[in-house]
Design a binder for this molecule. Structure first.
Ligand code: PNS
Length: 172
């Protein structure tokens, strides 16, 4: 049994993230989901506390998972929670390029190692960026996110989400 840190921006959490969390629990035991800023991404749709609350609500069936928000570096978060290593999910070759650079750099500056987990093939196309775009333009993202996240997005974009659902019901 090891404690591992799964850091990410999770803006918002989606089913691909849940897959990585479930795999990490099965393989390593205790998982800390670290909600962090990604300095390369624009300021978020949800703040860190909102993202943390949505993740907590979505993974409450996994008692060995703790959700925490961190400011600063992922490697400092690893030390703070005494994690053995970082876990990251890989969807595509593009993810690998980015993750490999981060993993090498994190190891060079701190000695912390990173382990990659492949996402389920059915989930490799899901991205938080597309979820934000679809939700903002009134699309239905309920097949891509857990129910607590869908509920928060519907609160944020009430008229558009309802319109989309109504249209779907009307035409099917
Ligand atoms: O879900 P994301 O956006 O791919 O997660 C990226 C994240 C938040 C894990 C990454 O940006 C990060 O580690 N941020 C904390 C700052 C840090 O440690 N930077 C050094 C990277 S080598």
């Amino acid at each position: 049994m090891a404690t591992v840190l799964y850091p990410g921006s999770f803006d918002p959490l989606h089913l691909g993230h849940i897959d990585v969390i479930e795999q990490s629990v099965a393989l390593f035991g205790k998982v800390i989901v670290g909600v962090m800023h990604n300095p390369t991404k624009p300021s978020g749709m949800f703040d860190l506390e909102q993202r943390k609350d949505m993740i907590k609500a979505s993974i409450s069936y996994l008692p060995s998972v703790k959700v925490m928000a961190f400011e600063g570096l992922a490697v400092d978060a690893v030390k703070q929670v005494k994690a053995a290593f970082i876990v990251k999910g890989l969807r595509t070759g593009g993810d690998f390029e980015v993750e490999q650079q981060m993993a090498h750099t994190n190891h060079a500056v701190s000695g912390v190692r990173t382990v990659y987990l492949p996402c389920k093939p059915a989930l490799v196309s899901i991205s938080s960026r597309f979820i934000r775009e679809i939700a903002q333009y009134g699309g239905d993202v309920t097949s891509l996110v857990p129910a607590p996240v869908a509920a928060e997005l519907a609160k944020l974009f009430p008229s558009t989400s309802l319109t989309s659902k109504r249209q779907h019901l009307d035409t099917n």
